[in-house]
Design a protein around this ligand. Structure first.
Ligand code: PLP
Length: 394
C-alpha cells in the first residue's frame, strides 16, 4: 500500500504563481493582440554580469581537459567561493566566520525549504504574514504548527514581538513581498526574543544587495547574540541574476545548539553530505567572479537599473494618489489597493483594463489583502508604459 504524506492535502490547492500564470494565459487566449506587461513574478530580467560569464566559460574549458576536469565537489562548497564570501560579505561588517560555517547551496529556496530536515516537527513556527510562500508550504508539508505574525503598516511590516512562545521564527529583510526593511534596533528585539525563548531565527537576506543605507543591517550577525540563535540564508539569484544559474549559501554558526546541546551546524553538514552534492563547479566559479572589482561594479550597475525602475513606480503611484511602501531598499513596491479594493479584484482590473500583471497581496497571506506587489525587475520602458496605463484606469 502506498501511503502518501497527507500533510500535502493541507496545502492551498495551487501555487500562487501558477494561478496567476493560468489567469494571464486565459486572458491572452481571448485577447491574442494584447501587449501584456508583467510586473508580477519576482524574477530578474537583466543578463548575467560579464565577469560571471567569463568565469563560467573558463570553468567549462577547465572541465574539457582531463588535467583540470572537476567531478563531484565538496558538499559544502569550494573554499575559493567560501573565502570570497567571508572576505566581502562578512569580515568588512565585523563578522568573523569559519569556513565550516558557510554552506554553499543551489539557492535559498531549497535551503529555506530543506532546513526543516534537521528540526523536529514538534517546533511551533512563527511566520510573518504576508510572506514568501516557501516557508509556509514547507512547514505544512512537515506537519508543523504555524502561528502567523501579522505585518502591517503600523509595525512597519516587521511584526510585533510575540507575547507567546515560539520555537522557530522566519524573518526576511529586505522583505518579499512588502519591500520593507528592518532597523538594527528592531532586529535586536527579535534576537533578544529568540535568546530569551531559546528559539531559532531563520533569517532570509536574499535581497541584502538592494540595501542602500549603512543604517540598515545586511546580516543578522550584525546584531549581538545572533550567532547563538540565527541561521542566515543568502542567494546570488537577485544579487547577480543567478535565478537560472543557481547558487546561494547558508550560514550556520557553530555556537548554535539545539535544546539537547546538539550542534545545528553538525546536523546540517551531515544532512548536506547525505542529500546534496553541491552547486556545480561552473556556478561556483561564476559566483566567485561576482566578488572581483569588475563583478562588483557590474552587479551595482544592474541593481541601480532595477532601483531606478523602483523609484519610478513608487513615485508615480504615489503621485496618482495610491499609498505605497517599499521600493527603496528592495525591488518590490507594496501598494495599497484604491479604496480598499479586494486584491484579486484589483489584479483582474489591472490585467483586463491595463494589461499589466501584478501580484495580488492576498496570495502572500491573509494580511496581504488590500495590497498588490509590483516588481521593479522589468525594463525601464515597460515600467514607464505600465505607469501610464495604470494612471488611465485609476
Ligand atoms: C527569490 C527569493 C529567494 C532566492 O531563491 P533562490 O532559490 O536562491 O533563487 C529567497 N528568498 C526570497 C524571499 C526570495 O524572494
Amino acid at each position: 500500500m502506498i501511503r502518501t504524506n497527507t500533510n500535502y492535502l493541507q496545502l492551498s490547492h495551487r501555487y500562487l504563481f501558477a494561478e496567476i500564470a493560468q489567469q494571464v494565459n486565459a486572458y491572452k487566449a481571448e485577447h491574442p493582440e494584447a501587449n501584456i506587461i508583467r510586473l508580477g513574478i519576482g524574477d530578474v530580467t537583466c543578463p548575467l554580469p560579464d565577469a560571471a560569464i567569463k568565469a563560467m566559460h573558463h570553468a567549462v574549458d577547465e572541465c574539457a581537459d582531463g588535467k583540470t576536469f572537476r567531478g563531484y565537489g565538496p558538499e559544502h562548497g569550494y573554499d575559493f567561493l567560501i573565502d570570497a564570501i567571508m572576505a566581502h560579505d562578512f569580515t568588512p561588517r565585523g563578522i568573523q566566520l569559519d569556513r565550516e560555517e558557510v554552506f554553499i547551496s543551489d539557492g535559498a529556496k531549497s535551503d529555506t525549504g530543506n532546513i526543516g530536515d534537521i528540526l523536529s516537527t514538534d517546533n511551533i513556527v512563527g511566520i510573518t504574514d504576508p510572506v514568501y510562500p516557501v516557508y509556509v508550504d514547507t512547514n505544512i508539508m512537515a506537519g508543523r504548527t504555524i502561528k502567523y505574525i501579522p505585518c502591517h503598516a503600523d509595525n512597519g511590516f516587521t511584526g510585533d514581538i510575540p507575547t507567546e512562545h515560539l520555537d522557530i521564527i522566519y524573518l526576511c529583510y529586505p522583505n518579499n513581498p512588502t519591500g520593507a526593511v528592518i532597523t538594527k534596533e528592531k532586529l535586536a528585539e527579535w534576537v533578544n526574543y529568540a535568546l530569551r525563548e531559546k528559539a531559532l531565527i531563520l533569517y532570509d537576506s536574499a535581497y541584502e544587495a538592494f540595501i542602500s543605507s549603512d543604517d540598515i543591517p545586511h546580516s543578522i550577525y550584525e546584531i549581538e547574540g545572533a550567532k547563538e540563535c540565527a541561521i542566515e540564508f543568502r542567494s546570488f539569484s537577485k544579487t547577480a541574476g543567478f535565478t537560472g544559474v543557481r547558487c546561494g549559501y547558508t550560514i550556520i554558526p557553530k555556537e548554535l545548539k539545539g535544546a539537547d546541546g546538539t550542534s545545528l551546524n553538525a546536523l546540517w553538514n551531515r544532512r548536506q553530505c547525505s542529500k546534496f552534492n553541491g552547486a556545480s563547479y561552473i556556478s561556483q566559479r561564476g559566483a566567485e567572479a561576482i566578488f572581483t572589482p569588475e563583478g562588483q561594479q557590474q552587479v551595482r550597475a544592474t541593481i541601480q537599473h532595477y532601483m531606478k525602475n523602483a523609484q519610478l513606480i513608487r513615485e508615480s503611484l504615489a503621485f496618482f494618489g495610491l499609498t505605497v511602501y517599499g521600493g527603496e531598499h528592495s525591488p518590490y513596491i507594496w501598494v495599497s489597493t484604491p479604496d480598499g479594493e479586494d486584491s484579486w479584484h484589483f489584479f483582474h482590473r489591472l490585467l483586463h483594463d491595463a494589461n499589466v500583471v501584478v501580484t495580488p497581496g492576498e496570495g502572500f497571506g491573509t494580511h496581504g489583502e488590500g495590497y498588490v506587489r509590483i516588481t521593479a525587475f522589468g525594463t525601464w520602458e515597460n515600467s514607464l508604459e505600465a505607469m501610464e496605463r495604470i494612471k488611465k484606469i485609476l
